[in-house]
Design a protein around this ligand. Sequence first.
Ligand code: 5GP
Ligand code: ZN
Length: 114
Amino acid sequence: MDDCLFCKIARGVVPSRKIFEDGELFAFHDVAPQAPVHFLVIPKRHIANVMEAGGADEALLGRLLGTAASLAKELGLEEGGGRFVVNCKADGGQTVDHLHIHVLGGRSLRWPPG
Ligand code: 5GP
Ligand code: ZN
């Protein structure tokens, strides 16, 4: 999508601190980190949110979570763990309408979130 911020980040039109990229996925540090480690993993293809993903996207969703976990380990979260979050639409607090998974770690995180 031409006017989508995360589509632009995935294309490199908007700069980001890239962590990882392959044919389907792009990972980058969050611009406003809420923990010592806070990065996002997105599909390069525009999907507005997790509920918009269809049956044909199941493998992609699996790769999104698996890649998030692999990168979390690479970034030092293996011992302490962290949180993997997918916000969806208004009540979920989603502010960028392009599917993304947050990975946060490096400090103790409270539950439930505010
Ligand atoms: P949401 O609230 O939609 O789940 O999360 C969107 C996330 O994207 C927020 O944590 C926000 O800080 C991050 N974000 C928004 N704009 C940018 C940007 O231009 N660059 C980067 N790297 N992160 C962004
Ligand atoms: Zn998009």
